[in-house]
Design a binder for this molecule. Structure first.
Ligand SMILES: [Zn+2]
Length: 331
């Protein structure tokens, strides 16, 4: 599939310089940040997760597919006034190569362009229901998604698709600008792309919890938190956004780890949103800061939670709940 995908979309693959074992897994076409292990590609898992860069994650149990973000286009920009639009040809190719026809639901972590820009087009192409904030709804409406396929979350939303129960829990974006999110505010009318990058306002950030009989996954796209918000929530694996974590400082990062990882009791932390999202789709390059992964290791040692750290291969399915996240197989 990797080769078909590359052929279809012109993915630029990086050569791994790290040795034969990773190549033997057939999974790695990028250099993992700070030498983190990469979860192995799996056949026959009850639930697979496939990462397409940034925080786009596809969960699939063979019957039902749930997509986080669905951000497949990329955008080059120098200012928030620069224009961007979904790459419809690329989205159509992804619907084919990722087998998204019949997608049950799509939900973004928040409404910034690097998460939500494509979701309306993906929903139209797949028949998916859109879950999200009123801002997210206006992205979907702009693409022409019918109202009956939009489900609004204000603070929370619970929806069931097949064996998945999906919970959106209002959280906070990484406070990167003056103690708040970049591009703050709400999207109050349907967006008709091309639109300014700055038109995709944050619109509220969510923790997304996918509970399935095989396990519970928690997706935190942006490095913010609301104190105590996840009390009583447990997870087997946390997909943890690390974008901007170093900028926010060690103290914020430590609290973030406590509120999202330690609070939910997971052993398994899978960093996401560490890649440079201005690169072409499929060109996965660490866009963060070396301190970020080092801190996650330190916080795990201090808290006793999140001790197993691994990243996902690009565009290849892995077992969402395998082996407590120990790459290459558990004990
Ligand atoms: Zn954002």
């Amino acid at each position: 599939m990797r080769h078909a995908l590359r052929a279809a979309i012109g993915v630029v693959a990086l050569t791994l310089t790290g040795g034969a074992s990773a190549e033997a897994r057939g999974a790695l076409d990028y250099v993992a940040p700070q030498g983190l292990p990469v979860l192995p590609v799996t056949d026959g898992a009850r639930v697979t997760v496939t990462w397409y860069g940034v925080t786009t994650l596809l969960f699939d149990d063979g019957e039902t597919k749930i997509l986080i973000d669905g951000f497949f286009s990329r955008a080059q920009f120098e200012s928030l006034d620069d224009l961007a639009a979904p790459d419809k040809d690329h989205i159509a190719a992804m619907v084919q190569s990722a087998q998204l026809t019949g997608l049950a639901a799509i939900t973004p972590v928040h409404s910034h362009f690097d998460h939500a820009m494509d979701l309306g087009e993906v929903a139209l192409a797949t028949g998916a229901v859109v879950l999200g904030s009123p801002s997210t709804a206006n992205i979907a409406r702009g693409a022409g998604v019918p109202e009956e396929r939009i489900r609004l979350a204000e603070n929370t939303l619970t929806a069931t698709f097949g064996a998945f129960k999906v919970d959106l829990i209002r959280s906070a974006h990484a406070p990167l600008v003056d103690g708040g999110p970049p591009i703050p505010g709400t999207i109050d009318a349907p967006i008709m792309p091309p639109a300014r990058i700055g038109d995709w306002k944050e619109g509220g950030s969510y923790t997304i919890v996918l509970a399935h009989p095989a396990g519970t996954a928690l997706v935190q796209g942006s490095a913010g938190y609301v104190e105590g918000r996840l009390d009583g929530v447990t997870a087997d694996v946390v997909f943890l956004g690390t974008g901007g974590l170093a900028t926010l400082g060690r103290e914020h990062a430590s609290a973030y780890h406590a509120e999202i990882v330690a609070a939910t009791g997971t052993e398994c932390v899978v960093p996401i949103h560490w890649d440079d999202f201005t690169r072409p789709f499929g060109e996965v390059i660490f866009g963060g800061d070396e301190r970020e992964m080092a801190w996650l290791r330190e916080f795990a040692a201090e808290s006793g939670a999140g001790g197993n750290l691994a990243v996902l291969p690009f565009a290849q399915p892995v077992d969402a709940f395998a082996n407590d996240c120990v790459a290459g197989g558990g004990p």
